[in-house]
Design a protein around this ligand. Structure first.
Ligand SMILES: O=C(O)C(=O)C[C@]1(C(=O)O)C=C[C@@H](O)C=C1
Length: 399
């Protein structure tokens, strides 16, 4: 079976997306129209070209069946013939559909996913929740995970963005502006912290507790009762690893039950978080935006800045209220006198000064006209506006 290199391209046009496949082996290319209104999505998401490489067994190619996308698509499909094209319908590739454009199968079996921390970190568990069969790739810092995606070392990165007790993790919002990645999904997870110690150690013997600062904050009351000194670590599982490798008998770690298993520690106490509903929301970042649908509830994340003046924020928020769009998150961050390097569409960075950055998550898909109209309206008011991503809402916690 001959393996040939196939490159897939999508080019958003005014009222639809042009989509094509070129096959370097036979030097032929096929293009067609994807019946999907990408026009406004493209404008906001800057998805002028989505490119992806695939290696496809040529014998597996299926016949081209115009009209797969929706009734009436057949009359819009064009086939461009180049050298070596033969008129055998059975050997033609089938048209790509919007679902083909997500670069991975649903179980994530071919996906490499970066996360910050070491094995056993909650971020790794979040990556496995999003892509159950993925290969997880530990990174020492958030930024390393962003770079790993940009450099094609991994396919995705899963990073924490907010916690129901600790609030937002702004560092990751800042990194989003500095890197040209897109939010392609979210994962919500109940985080049940355990107190871990070396085998045989009792919790009364502990003088110090080591963990990620967010985890220490989430267990404040329990740790106060224990009267231990808190020490910050890069991540929860990293804390467990240090205790195991350094044999620290007077030090415990706040980490997951899985970290206890991996590093051979005892679980001295379970569910030690102050709030039993301790939920962390993680975002999945990818190189290309996903094509938003309307088949399931979607969320769109944006960041914008406004001119100084009375009522400007009120006007900005009204663009959503007027269209009945629910906001699930709003956050402002002072940026005064702090230049932010923002990467533009040409991938060049420039230092910009903003008074405040406003981050909003709203519950609508960019495929919906009301969302497109709201953003068109917002752009009239905003000095800077970027769509960070449009992605399906993780409803698994609601069940
Ligand atoms: O340290 C970990 O295990 C992480 O995945 C990081 C992190 C965070 O940054 O919020 C993730 C979930 C918990 O809220 C605590 C820590």
């Amino acid at each position: 079976m001959a393996l040939k290199s196939v490159s897939l391209w999508v080019c958003a046009n005014h009222s639809h997306a042009q989509l094509g496949v070129s096959d370097s082996g036979s030097n032929r290319s096929v293009s067609g129209n994807l019946r999907f209104d990408l026009d406004k999505f493209r404008k906001w998401e800057c998805c002028a070209v989505l490119a992806q490489r695939a290696t496809t067994p040529v014998e597996d190619e299926k016949p081209l069946t115009p009209g797969l996308e929706s009734p009436g698509a057949a009359d819009q499909t064009q086939i461009t013939e180049t050298r070596g094209f033969h008129n055998d319908l059975n050997s033609l590739p089938r048209p790509l559909s919007a679902t083909d454009l997500s670069s991975s199968p649903n179980d994530g079996s071919k996906v490499r996913v970066a996360y910050q921390g070491v094995p056993g970190a909650y971020s790794e568990a979040a990556a496995l929740k999003a892509y159950p069969k993925c290969e997880t790739v530990p990174c020492d810092e958030f930024e390393a995970a962003f770079k790993a995606v940009e450099l094609w070392l991994v396919d995705k990165a899963v990073l924490p963005i907010e916690n129901s007790v600790g609030g937002s993790i702004h560092r990751n919002y800042d990194l989003l502006l500095r890197h040209r990645l897109h939010i392609v999904g979210e994962v919500q997870m109940i985080v049940n912290h355990c107190l871990l110690g070396l085998p045989g150690v009792r919790k009364e013997e502990l003088k110090h507790v080591l963990s990620h600062p967010q985890a220490l904050d989430q267990c404040e009351m329990t740790l106060n009762k224990l009267g231990v000194v808190r020490i910050s670590a890069d991540d929860t599982a990293g804390a467990a690893q240090i205790i195991a490798s350094d044999g620290l008998r007077d030090t415990g770690a706040v980490a997951s039950a899985r970290a206890a298993e991996i590093y051979g520690l005892d679980i001295l106490a379970e569910r030690i978080q102050d709030n039993s509903d301790n939920i962390t929301r993680f975002l999945i970042f990818g190189r290309e935006p996903i094509i938003p649908g309307t088949d399931k509830p979607h969320k769109t994340s944006i960041v914008f800045t406004l001119e100084e003046g009375p009522g400007v924020l009120f006007k900005a928020l009204a663009v959503f209220a007027l269209r009945g769009i629910n906001l699930s998150k709003i956050e402002s961050r002072p940026q005064k006198k702090r230049p932010l390097r923002v990467v533009d569409d040409s991938n060049k960075g420039s230092a910009k000064y903003f008074d405040y950055l406003f981050y909003i998550d709203f519950e609508a898909s960019m495929a919906e006209p009301r969302a497109q109209n709201a953003l068109a309206h917002l752009q009239e008011i905003a000095r800077f506006l970027r769509v960070l991503g449009c992605y399906p809402i993780d409803t698994s916690m609601d069940k």
